[in-house]
Ligand binder design. Sequence first.
Ligand SMILES: Cc1ncc(COP(=O)(O)O)c(C=O)c1O
Length: 429
Amino acid sequence: MTSGRHALWPSLLAPDQHGRDDLCAVSAEGVRVRFADGRELLCGTSGLWNTNLGYGNQTIADAAAEALRTASYLSVFRYENEYARRAADALVELAGADHYVRVLFSTSGGAANDLAIKLARQYQALRGMGGRKVVVGLRGSYHGLTFGGFALTGEDLGQQVYGVDQRLVRHVTPNEPGELATLMARQGAQVAAVVVEPVLGSGAVPLSEEYIAELLRLREEHGFLLVADEVATGFGRTGDFFASQRWPARPDLLITSKGLTNGTSAAAAVLAAQLVADVFDDTGVVLSHGETQAGTPVTCATILATISEMHRLDAVALGRRLAGRLEEELGTLVAEHPLVNGTTGVGCFRSVRVTAADRSGAPLPQPEVPSLVSAVREAGALVHPGLHGIQLFPALTYTDTELDELLACIRAGLGLYADRVAARAEARG
Ligand SMILES: Cc1ncc(COP(=O)(O)O)c(C=O)c1O
């Protein structure tokens, strides 16, 4: 039942949850979000891992306002604009101008994945390999819910119902190099690209060094493009500006969004390595992709301001320091709390694995996860539902006190949740 009070149809929320004031945010500042029911909660998710620098960064807000005042709307659709030029140059500089040479702007992580898939297929076609159309992704991965991104997403989120065409997509198990090698041995000549999240968002599972080495080796052997979807891992989340900067060799395409503007604009970017750009430059062929709202002055001004604020605050170093403390605190939680049996992830991209409250030692059943998330929210903090537990993405700028508060809310939330499960069991007799 909807409340019938508002027209808003929110994403991924069951209809009976629509219209709840405790889920309706009204403002945010620092690392706190205020809700329509009057509560102010500590944000442990950087707002869907967007606001790596916290909410309310004035420099980014001022840059957006200035761009709106002086340039309003300018596009990159059959035109260029000066803001987009500067933002593209800055991104290439940030990720490594020795490798990336061009930037294509988009408006969301999903749309940027669509773009990357099209780019990879056309790249192969221009090299005379039009038969290479297959895109390989990882089981359990998330690449968005647009038709291309959704096809690549390796979680079952109802692709069949929506008629998402996955005929040209293959999924392999992450961190199982043998499975990828077998697929390539069979179908390598049809593969345009392999797209991976350096740390899988669902479950916060980092790709192992061994797996990355095998990906890079197979790229050499089979000629597919390697795409790093860094929508979640980019902008300091895992200890470097981009997680793939730690790989022994760089991907051919790098997708970034979310932290790219500190969450302030509908912006995403695909960075293309020299070999990809060269094929288009040499053939003079146009890529059929364009989004009216991509690369506008306001989005590009927020990208430039975010990069400059990341540097000014030394946010990557702050994130590393916070990650060290988070590691310690989560270690203590695992050692001390009877319901917490492990953590995964890297940097400030972490998952806390919880066991069922009946003390059976079994993983927390997935349908119970929302109840745990709600209990932590009641205790004062916003955390994200995870695989058999919760996920944490604190702002890189969190203070020690804020981290202590987050851990205290998690402990209190676990306690509330366990009490409720016990009460339910008692009521059943
Ligand atoms: C790795 C990754 N790719 C793609 C997306 C989709 O981004 P968007 O929601 O902006 O389409 C996400 C969103 O969480 C993501 O984490």
